[in-house]
Ligand binder design. Structure first.
Ligand SMILES: Cc1ncc(C[n+]2csc(CCOP(=O)(O)OP(=O)(O)O)c2C)c(N)n1
Length: 312
């Protein structure tokens, strides 16, 4: 067994704790999420990475993109492994190193959810970060519990009977918050300052905390890797994705798009939505409007309540 090596870096890229040289697609949203997460949280973390694209593309022996301590585990036990590491640190009297799970939506919403739920219920001192690309990328674009209504994947096909995914995605932030988690946040790769604020808050929590990051997959959703940030921004601008926090059960909408764009502008950029008919687009628009109105009420920002907050 040789030593693990990082790939050669330019001086500038050496500043990142998630290094270039990984094999993520050009324009990969999740890889960008990892750069932002590692640079924000700094070196004093231990990453526990569940299976998925971000494991495969970051850590092919003998190379690694991680400049922080890193362990890969399975879907079924990443939160359990993280729990064990957090308890070992506590036993050592280490109260500064943060254990961070990094997992995709397939891992978080579906395959590893049992272990995640147990970790939350036991109130383990772990920060859980989900990079949400809305599908199982690594195994060839199957649907996940995060895949939105209408999207075509290899398991939500499009033909004369079926027209993409027929159900909505799971409300993961609410599901996590229902476990009594003190800090839950929804963020996006396209809003770095907002994400930094959320990661820093989540890191400071004693006990479990959770941040889900919208991180579009150009290959799986079918758009050019040069417009990943445009797609991510439009997800927020159309109100199909929200930047918000649930802190000790209290909702706060961090960015309230003053002039929302029609959902069509987000959908039409992606091949996975090309088949949608007018009725389906109308269904998605209604979903966005309803979610927005509900979030406004929950966060005390509906008309007649408090005024909207300024954009980050
Ligand atoms: C228990 C188990 N089920 C299924 C798989 C196959 N598998 C490997 S990666 C993957 C997709 C993971 O999706 P996600 O967590 O969203 O990460 P992404 O690949 O999108 O980064 C699947 C289904 C597996 N390795 N283990």
């Amino acid at each position: 067994m040789g030593e693990l090596k990082t790939v050669p870096q330019s001086k500038q890229s050496q500043q990142h704790l998630y290094a270039p040289g990984h094999s993520g697609c050009p324009g990969c949203g999740p890889s960008n999420a990892l750069i932002q997460v590692c640079d924000t949280l700094g070196k004093d973390i231990i990453v526990v990475n569940a299976t998925g694209c971000m494991e495969i593309t970051s850590s092919q022996y003998p190379q690694t993109a991680w400049r922080v301590p890193y362990i890969h585990s399975l879907f079924e036990n990443a939160p359990a492994v993280a729990s064990g590491i957090a308890r070992a640190l506590k036993a050592q009297g280490n109260d500064h190193t943060k254990v961070v799970v990094i997992a995709g939506d397939g891992s978080t919403y579906d395959i590893g959810f049992g272990a995640l739920s147990g970790m939350l219920e036991r109130q383990e001192n772990v920060l859980y970060v989900c990079y949400d690309n809305q599908l199982y990328a690594n195994t060839g674009v199957q649907k996940s519990g995060a895949t939105p209504y209408g999207a075509a994947t290899t398991t939500t096909s499009v033909g004369s009977v079926h027209r993409g995914k027929e159900t909505e995605r799971k409300p993961i932030a609410e599901i996590i918050a229902a476990h009594g988690v003190k800090y839950v946040a929804s963020a996006s790769i396209a809003y770095y300052a907002d994400l930094q604020m959320k990661l820093n808050k989540a890191r400071a929590v004693q006990g479990p905390s959770f941040v889900v990051i919208d991180a579009p997959c150009c290959l799986g959703a079918g758009f050019d890797g040069g417009i990943t940030y445009k797609v991510a921004k439009l997800n927020v601008a159309t109100r199909l994705w929200f930047l918000y926090e649930i802190e000790n059960g209290k909702y706060k909408l961090n960015f309230n798009p003053a002039n929302p764009k029609p959902v069509k502008e987000y959908l039409e950029l992606q091949k996975r939505f090309k088949h949608l008919d007018a009725q389906q687009i109308e269904h998605i628009q209604k979903w966005a409007d309803n979610e927005y109105n509900e979030l406004l009420v929950k966060s005390g920002q509906a008309p007649g309540q408090k005024p909207p907050v300024a954009p980050p």
